[in-house]
Write a protein of this length. Structure first.
Length: 764
């Protein structure tokens, strides 16, 4: 076992040489575990160093350097374990002389006393000190290897029951494999948390698997991307022009494209992306061959049909989703040309207008009647054009005709808005489809379609191709569907541009609303949103004018702008408008980094609100602090707990460090155990992308040139339209003009539009 072999302090024995040549090494036995955090892995230990690894300043530690203090991350410190630590000696003013380590390998014990302590530790249930002594007395210094290789030698040891013996053999084998794998992974340059993540994903005995293909390191392992896996491959001696590297580069380039919203890439663009990823070190012929091998092995899918204009490359999952989505939308449209028996006519609509005390514009009236007579249809338009009024009327008239209506949106916030607008229950699409955690799938599908006569789906711009596929395949032959969305909003966070593709296809009956109606004409929010879409600078109220709903506070320097954001949020808005900023004001920033980025503003706003929450219980895990009352946002879909990317809530309870914390969402209170907290972020400030589908009473938007890469018209427009009553811009006029002028929007690669057109032309 490589990890157990003796080696000098200058030669750690790691594969590929010493990954931390400038670091020092401490090797010895853990005598005492003073502190250990299961969440951060941070440990405070007393180590008895082995010969050649003693403290170079022994009289500053324990007596004659017999024991030394060591602090750093270690997954499972047990008294009696031999460990090999990479770090450096330091003199702490508070704690004295200690060894601060960054990487650790656990080694099997080297003598019989260590073996007894190790086997009687909590790693081996049922084996106390007396029984451990008997085992070591029988098997000697190679006790662990004997248990692993020849467990029959354990027979006849007094007090060793059969069940304890079986578990002991299994755990020794697992521990030895994990020891070796940890040393191997540390030698590849991975940190402690990365090592544990790899072991959890690939198993304790993963060395052979990863030596065969080091790029598996990044497969489903959080915190490890292609570059880390590529460096590991180089340390293991993989040639830079190897076919394994070419194939891995291709797969990761495809994944990167998906993370940027593309469902596919043209073959030539994928080859260029992979070449950039591998820094031009791979012969072009190897990429071509590697891509062909991936397609032949069904790890990627290549479309070659002429209608796409290029050879498109997909992951198998996205190819299946996009193809099935096109077929199911075509199925809906092909039924009576997308038309259906009208659920209501002009007389019923006129009666509804009188009851609501409104008078529709002829274009609005046409939209209501058209949607009520459609099998599948689109309703689009920007703010203030009457989409909500039309949806409310469609729902009322459909119900009046005896139809069962279901309402849904991609996120909890959007569903809440839809419910408030219609006075009816609205669900997230995930809840509408009914996720079954036991089956790891949705209850409703093509075999068990949704039970509704009319389904209204709002905020379609947020819908990615995967969820759209799951939704549309669950719409049965007798169900109508109305899709509602604003094509000028940002597209979905996940891959696809479903709303844009459906609109561009021209295949669905569509009503586009463009006229701003009287009740909104006074709103500068609505006026400026439309001005920005036209590429015009927003207008602001004149000094001394009555209270408006749109303001600009100038601040040319980034740090000054951050100060002004905090002042506006916590002082000016509450004083002038009466908003409770902890409940009603949302900061939307284009980026995470910088003075005006999400991360910095979250910390500053939480600090500003701490006075009102003095004495609130808090939890510190992995260097992050959580307090009762903190506004938080979920960052990924968690089907088991039924919380989804973009859901916002507040920390309601923190029972203890071991139990984690509770978050109160609009529909439920959810427990987050310590290992789940990576799914949460503070949300006093969030990115514009994460605000999609939400609506907030007041929105504050920092605009600074430091964020020039994200100063884009559609992003700015999306941020403004999240506000219900008030928008405040803070920053420089130059940054504001950059955001208005920059109309570039990265086009997402997709073939949904062309698939849909082709299916309807062919009648398939």
């Amino acid at each position: 076992m490589a990890a157990a072999s003796a080696s000098s302090p200058q030669d750690p024995g790691f594969p590929g040489g010493d990954p931390e040549a400038a670091q020092q090494v401490l090797q010895g036995t853990i005598e005492l575990v003073t502190f250990h955090s299961k969440e951060t892995l941070y440990s405070v230990l007393k180590i008895a160093p082995e010969k050649g690894y003693e403290d170079p300043e022994p009289f500053s530690g324990d007596l004659f350097g017999a024991r030394v203090a060591a602090v750093g991350p270690l997954p499972e410190p047990l008294e009696g374990l031999r460990v090999r630590l990479l770090g450096r000696w330091s003199n702490s003013r508070k704690h004295g002389r200690q060894f601060e380590f960054e990487a650790a390998s656990v080694l099997p014990p080297s003598d019989t006393d260590g073996l007894v302590r190790y086997l009687s530790s909590r790693a081996f249930p049922g084996v106390g000190e007396v029984l451990a002594g008997r085992i070591v007395s029988r098997l000697g210094e190679r006790t662990l290897e004997t248990i692993r290789d020849d467990p029959a030698q354990l027979s006849g040891i007094p007090g060793l029951r059969a069940d304890v013996r079986a578990e002991l053999v299994e755990r020794v084998r697992s521990e030895l494999a994990a020891h070796r794998s940890r040393a191997f992974l540390h030698g590849l340059g991975l940190g402690p948390r990365q090592v544990e993540a790899v072991l959890e994903r690939h198993g304790a005995d993963c060395e052979a698997l990863l030596r065969e293909n080091p790029y598996r390191l990044a497969h489903g392992v959080s915190g490890i991307g292609f570059q880390i896996a590529d460096r590991a491959a180089q340390r293991l001696g993989m040639p830079r022009d190897s076919m394994e590297r070419a194939r891995a580069g291709m797969l990761f380039a495809q994944q990167e494209a998906e993370s940027n919203g593309h469902t596919c890439l043209p073959r030539e663009e994928l080859l260029r992306s992979a070449d950039r990823l591998l820094r031009g070190e791979m012969p072009a012929a190897n990429f071509e061959r590697g891509l062909d091998e991936l397609v032949a092995g069904r790890e990627l899918v290549q479309e070659t049909e002429a209608r796409f204009g290029a050879r498109l490359v997909y992951s198998p999952m996205l190819h299946a989703c996009e193809s099935a989505l096109a077929r199911n939308v075509a199925r809906l449209v092909a039924t009576e040309g997308g038309r259906a028996r009208p659920l209501a006519g002009e007389r019923e609509l006129a009666d509804a207008e009188r009851r609501m005390g409104i008078e529709l514009h002829p274009l609005q009236r046409e939209a209501v009647l058209g949607l009520l007579a459609s099998r599948v249809a689109l309703l689009t338009g920007g703010p203030g054009v009457g989409k909500t009024t039309i949806v409310r009327l469609v729902v009322q008239l459909a119900e009046g005709a005896g139809a069962k209506v279901a309402l849904a949106s991609p996120t909890g916030r959007a569903a809440k808005r839809l419910a408030e607008a219609t006075g009816r229950e609205a669900k997230t699409i995930h809840r509408l489809l009914g996720y079954d955690p036991l089956e790891h799938g949705f209850t409703h599908d093509e075999k068990r379609p949704l039970k509704a006569d009319l389904i209204v789906i709002d905020e379609l711009s947020m819908l990615d191709v995967t969820l759209a596929h799951q939704l549309v395949k669950a719409i049965g032959p007798d169900t109508r569907v109305v899709f509602v969305g604003d094509p000028d909003q940002l597209p979905s966070v996940m891959a696809g541009s479903v709303l844009a593709d459906l609109l561009d296809s021209g295949c669905l009956p569509t009503w586009r609303l463009t006229r701003i109606y009287r009740q909104d004409e006074r709103s500068l929010i609505v006026e400026n949103a439309h001005r920005i879409l036209r590429g015009e600078m927003p207008v602001f109220p004149e000094r001394g004018a009555a209270l408006s709903d749109f303001y600009f506070f100038p601040a040319d320097e980034d740090a000054a702008a951050a100060d002004r954001v905090v002042e506006v949020v916590t002082e000016r808005i509450p004083q002038r408008f009466g908003f409770d900023w902890l409940e009603e004001v949302q900061v939307l920033s284009p980026m995470y980094r910088g003075d005006c980025g999400v991360d910095n503003l979250n910390e500053r706003l939480r600090a500003a609100g701490s006075e009102r929450r003095r004495g609130s219980r808090e939890l510190v895990l992995r260097g992050r602090t959580w307090r009762v009352g903190d506004r938080v946002i979920q960052t990924r879909n968690d089907y088991d707990r039924q919380v989804f990317n973009g859901d916002m809530g507040r920390i309601s309870r923190i029972p203890s460090e071991e139990d984690g914390l509770f978050v109160q969402f609009p529909e439920q209170e959810v427990l987050y155990e310590p290992e789940d907290l990576g799914d949460l972020q503070l949300a006093f400030a969030i990115t514009v992308h994460r605000s999609q589908g939400g609506e907030f009473p007041a929105v504050v938007i920092p605009l600074v040139t430091q964020h020039y890469m994200m100063l884009q018209r559609h992003l700015f427009y999306t941020a403004i339209t999240r506000a219900k009553k008030l928008v405040v811009l803070v920053g420089s006029l130059r940054a504001l003009k950059m955001a208005v002028d920059n109309a570039e929007q990265n086009r997402r690669e997709s073939a949904l539009r062309d698939r849909l057109r082709a299916l309807l032309r062919s009648g398939a």
